[in-house]
Design a protein around this ligand. Structure first.
Ligand SMILES: C[S@@+](CC[C@H](N)C(=O)[O-])C[C@H]1O[C@@H](n2cnc3c(N)ncnc32)[C@H](O)[C@@H]1O
Length: 686
């Protein structure tokens, strides 16, 4: 990949609307200078110095870091004068590359960026392309995706202002209420001692297996070599002292004293990553891998402002060094992108119109012929005449992916099961070229208002908006050629937009979400017509990166519905789904699903799985797995117009019931209520 393409992919900094007085002084061309051409935008990144001013060096580059890096925890308050006035500046290619590069890697390797970048030249190719694009949504109703008037990237400001002033914020110290209530719950008695001891042994064995698995993974991925040449330098700190991992007592003392300073935390994180990269060689005698991991995750939590629970959950998704890259990427806004509405215009014409208004943009990449990346604008990108006329949708690039995977064909009947505010619905409508029909459903009636508004603005004439709980499908309607389930999720892929996710998600949320997702996915499968001549597909997606909400849900669907199989998503990039994860094994075909990460693909974290739904071999009465005692369960036996499914229709909540009950017990305790005694559960069916 050429240097320019790389530059383009560098994450744009928070977009600020530039005042009308904006001129060449900032290295920008005036709109009237570009009247008759689509100007190639100059390469821009926001001045890193502003971001890093007064801040310590990168976590992992340590003493050798030369380029400005954004790693410090204290950031400017939202809307501070400095930030507001800080425009984009022209920088040299080298600077942009430095800006983009990983904290861990000085190489020029394109990594996962290859093929993602586009070029204005690409605009010549897309005359025939109709439609694309929605807006990214977060989880349970918390996500308004379409900035209505002015374009500001959400998240970075609040995130920056919320970065902890103190290394260990008080709020985080008591965040894990679950574990404390659990400790309280069962006091050690003679009667339960033996059972507890067995449980502890089992836990220790499981931990050791996970440690071994992670170590093996780290070795396989060769993450340790980067640090070899730094070993000598880094074995000793700036003061000539070798790194010492604090003991539990030292950590307690440190906490009591108000926590270490930012520099010490950075150094300690760097050191822990280095040691974990080659544990045998670099660890302090007598210290375990888990101790380093515990210190590192605790430092990550305080440094980036996450609760301990989520830190661990996200940390374990990656090899150690890559995990830091992920957390770092969540501190940087993703590029501002728009999707051309091909029902109303062509990308080339839209680009020209926006360039004429002083918008600096480029095609997103070769993988989409309707996306444009906006680098800067002298007008509010959410309130241009073109926007109001429905020529484009402000939409995260990752949101294009599930619709590309769905690949709806003209004249098809499509269900978008959780669709508000309609970014993906309007994309589907455009790909159908206003033929066929799209049922755009969302359980949240209030959110269907913005959905309807977008449908109208973008000129979609083939969309029917409805508001059912998705678990009521296919009873209300079925027989769809294609179904998109862009499921309500935790939003761990969009932390750069909504930093509240860092602290407001608990174990209970993930359990409940996964439960809902499993119910929805079965209903989504049952809404697809296996008889469809042109389709018969379901796409499941989330803007979360956790395995519980992704591979676990998909694997569950494969186990519960014998008539579905995973197929290639057709997406040109993305990492393979996990087939094994921390002791869990998923069906080998889960590899076909795709993961997208901020630090790898410079887009929101996202997950996409595509299923083909086939005819059932035999038909038996629906019966077995509708859990009568599960209040959320909806019986969906052979309903709708499909008439093709009866065997194992419905949601079997056996698998989740113990977890749900346990969560309910904890919740009741936290409310001062007395939970009922635990029930014995049958072994979980797999
Ligand atoms: C990730 S957002 C959807 C974003 C949308 N696909 C887009 O591209 O604009 C998830 C949506 O699921 C909806 N939702 C939550 N629970 C639901 C349920 N049980 N059935 C249907 N929709 C639900 C929420 O209201 C939310 O709008």
């Amino acid at each position: 990949m050429g240097r320019r393409a790389k530059n383009k992919q560098a994450a744009p900094e928070p977009f600020e609307v530039v005042p009308a007085s904006y001129s060449r002084k900032n290295g920008k061309r005036k709109a009237d200078e570009r009247e008759h051409e689509i100007a190639r935008p100059s390469k821009k990144v926001k001045d890193d110095k502003k971001v890093t001013k007064g801040k310590p060096k990168s976590i992992l580059k340590g003493a050798s870091a030369t380029a400005p890096k954004r790693v410090a925890p204290k950031k400017k308050a939202a809307g501070s004068e400095d930030e507001a006035s800080d425009g984009w500046e022209d920088v040299e290619d080298e600077d942009v590359e430095t800006h983009k590069k990983s904290l861990f890697n000085d190489s020029d390797d394109d990594g996962g960026w290859a093929g993602l970048a586009g070029d204005l030249g690409d605009l010549d190719d897309d005359d025939d392309m109709l439609g694309d694009g929605p807006v990214e949504e977060l989880d349970l109703g918390s996500d308004d995706d379409e900035p209505p008037t002015t374009l500001k990237i959400k998240g970075s400001k609040s995130k920056q202002s919320s970065r902890p002033a103190k290394i260990i914020p008080d709020a985080l110290e008591s965040s894990d209420s679950d574990s404390s209530s659990e400790d309280e719950e069962e006091r050690i008695t003679i009667a339960n001692m033996e059972a507890r001891s067995r449980a502890l042994d089992a836990q220790a064995t499981a931990d050791a297996e996970i440690d071994a698995e992670e170590m093996q993974r780290a070795e396989q991925e060769g993450g340790s070599d980067d640090f070899d040449e730094m070993d000598e330098e880094m074995d000793e700190g700036p003061d000539g002292e070798a790194f010492h991992l604090p003991t539990a007592e030292e950590r307690a003392e440190e906490k009591q004293a108000g926590g270490p300073d930012v520099n010490s935390v950075q150094r300690r994180m760097r050191e822990c990553v280095r040691v974990l990269g080659n544990f045998k060689k670099r660890a302090e005698a007598g210290r375990s891998r888990s101790e380093y991991i515990e210190q590192l995750t605790s430092d990550i939590a305080s440094y980036y402002g996450y609760n301990d629970f989520l830190t661990e959950k996200l940390f374990h998704l990656f090899p150690v060094a890559e995990a830091i890259e992920f957390f770092e990427a969540n501190e940087v806004p993703r590029p501002v992108t728009i999707r051309t509405n091909t029902l109303r215009t062509r990308r080339r014409d839209l680009a020209q119109a926006l360039v004429n208004r002083g918008v600096n943009l480029e095609p997103i990449g070769k993988w989409t012929n309707v996306g444009l990346q906006v680098f800067e604008s002298s007008v509010p990108i959410g309130a241009t005449p073109e926007y109001l006329a429905g020529h484009y949708m402000l939409q995260a690039a990752s949101s294009f992916l599930p619709v590309i995977a769905l690949a709806p064909q003209p004249n098809e009947r499509v269900l978008d099961m959780a669709s508000a505010p309609g970014g993906k619905t309007t994309h589907i409508a455009a790909l159908l070229q206003n033929t066929g029909i799209v049922f755009a459903n969302d359980a949240n009636k209030a959110r269907t208002k913005s959905l309807t508004a977008n449908v109208h603005r973008l000129g979609c004439k083939n969309v029917v908006v409805c508001s059912y709980d998705g678990r009521e499908f296919p009873k209300v309607m079925g027989g769809f050629d294609r179904v998109l389930l862009d499921a309500p999720c935790s939003g761990t892929g969009v932390i750069s937009k909504d930093s509240s996710v860092k602290v407001n998600k608990s174990n209970r949320d993930f359990t409940l979400l996964a439960h809902l997702q499993k119910q929805l996915i079965l209903c989504a499968i049952d809404s697809v017509s296996p008889e469809s001549k042109t389709g018969g597909y379901l796409v499941y997606s989330t803007c979360s990166v956790t395995v519980d909400e992704n591979e676990s849900v998909v694997d569950y669907a494969l186990r519960k519905r014998s008539n579905v199989k995973l197929v290639d998503t057709g997406l040109e990039f993305g990492k393979e789904g996990f087939t094994q994860y921390r002791g869990k094994n998923f069906h080998p075909s889960v590899k076909l699903t795709r993961r997208f990460y901020p630090h790898v693909h410079n887009m929101d974290g996202f997950y996409v799985a595509k299923f083909k739904v086939e005819r059932r071999m035999k038909s038996t009465p629906a019966s077995n797995d509708v859990a009568a005692d599960d209040e959320k369960t909806t019986t969906v036996a052979s309903g709708g117009t499909t008439g093709a499914h009866s065997e194992d229709a419905g949601f079997n909540s056996d698998e989740d019931r113990p977890y749900l009950e346990e969560n309910k017990r904890r919740w009741m305790k936290s409310k001062g209520l007395r939970p009922p005694p635990r029930k014995a559960h049958k072994p979980i069916e797999t």
